[in-house]
Design a protein around this ligand. Structure first.
Ligand SMILES: [Zn+2]
Length: 78
């Protein structure tokens, strides 16, 4: 059954960062090709999150944050 061996080719993935072919088996950094690309992806992910967290696009979130410190903002500022 040589076809069974051929089927194992599907275990080869592609690094989402540098698009290199990466063998999924025996690869601690999969789906990345290396620790470097893993860190790059992590950095992208974190910077994306921080941008969302620091973005004042959603005022309800910011208001909720301040209301935690001041439960009655209307009384404090008439
Ligand atoms: Zn890579």
């Amino acid at each position: 059954m040589r076809e069974g061996v051929r089927h194992r080719k599907s275990s080869i993935g592609r690094c989402p960062i540098c698009r290199r072919e990466v063998p999924a088996a025996d690869n601690p950094y999969r789906p990345f090709c290396s620790e470097r690309c893993q860190l790059i992806d992590l950095d992208n992910w974190l910077s994306g999150r921080y941008r969302i967290a620091g973005c004042p696009a959603d005022p309800s979130l910011a208001r909720r944050g301040s209301s935690t410190a001041d439960p009655n903002p209307d009384e404090a500022e008439p």
